[in-house]
Design a protein around this ligand. Structure first.
Ligand SMILES: Nc1ncnc2c1ncn2[C@@H]1O[C@H](COP(=O)(O)OP(=O)(O)OP(=O)(O)O)[C@@H](O)[C@H]1O
Ligand SMILES: [Mg+2]
Length: 243
């Protein structure tokens, strides 16, 4: 089967006045459907830049990106927005929820752009919120939720369009250890449901749940290895579940 994500010699150079920042210097990477990948590497190595390109939030300076066989590296903004809505769910470290909207409204929002009726939007949002354990928090606003609950709302929002690929940039970066493991259980479930999951993390404790670990350094892939010792976040004998 062809890779769902196939990038070759992907380059991103930011222009800052007179200086150029070479954030990505030629990345080659293939990711298959249903893989579970952790992207690691030091601060400034290009992880977020790569995630933004993979998520069709930005376009590369050079190189190719085939997403499900379609060349997205040369798409314009509206084509990118369409393919992003169809195929990608993005989760951010800082949740990026709308503060005045309820949990239900935050999650239903992406469906507005998909042209789905209000009733179905709310039904689908409630269903996916239930699947992340927030069925009893539909009317809360973000400041009435814990950090872990906010991140679960953000994950529900990423899932509501039923995208094939979930991208998460340091989704546990603002959470304590126990809450992080709860969030990792959700990603584990998403992958088990057939989705492709790619997440950025600094923490070895988080990357050990992934099946493959890709390390960046200075805008290049430094290593790309199968994780031989996968730790299941849902494992009842997991050290963090031994409370
Ligand atoms: N919008 C931007 N404009 C200019 N330079 C940028 C921009 N975004 C990132 N950079 C630069 O590109 C390089 C890679 O940044 P990136 O955010 O991808 O790193 P990162 O691996 O995600 O780091 P961190 O672990 O700290 O989040 C850095 O040198 C950064 O300063
Ligand atoms: Mg980053």
């Amino acid at each position: 089967m062809p890779a769902v994500i196939d990038i070759s010699q992907l380059t991103k150079t930011y222009i800052m006045g007179q200086t150029k920042v070479h954030a990505l210097r030629g990345i080659d990477l293939q990711i298959n459907t249903n893989e579970y990948v952790a992207l690691m590497g030091p601060s400034g190595s290009g992880k977020s830049t790569l995630m933004n390109l993979l998520g069709c939030l930005d376009t590369p300076t050079a190189g190719n990106y085939l997403l499900d066989g379609r060349d997205v590296s040369k798409m314009d903004d509206s084509e990118l927005a369409n393919i992003r809505n169809e195929k990608i769910g993005f989760v951010f470290q800082t949740f990026n929820l709308l503060p005045r909207q309820t949990t239900l409204e935050n999650v239903a929002l992406p469906l507005v752009y998909a042209g789905i009726s209000r009733k179905e939007r709310h039904d689908r949002a409630a269903e996916v919120l239930d699947s992340v354990g927030l069925g009893d928090r539909l009317d809360h606003r973000p400041n009435e939720l814990s950090g872990g609950q906010r991140q679960r709302v953000a994950i529900a929002r990423a899932l509501v369009n039923r995208p094939a690929i979930i991208l998460a940039d340091e989704p546990t970066g603002n959470l304590d250890t126990k809450t992080s493991i709860e969030i990792m259980e959700i990603f584990e479930k998403i992958q088990a449901n057939g989705n492709t999951v790619i997440l950025v993390t600094h923490e070895p404790d988080i990357s050990e749940h992934a099946h493959r670990i890709v390390r960046l350094r200075d805008g290049l892939v430094e290593s790309d290895e199968r994780n031989e010792n996968i730790v299941r976040a849902s494992d009842p004998t997991h050290r963090y579940n031994q409370a």
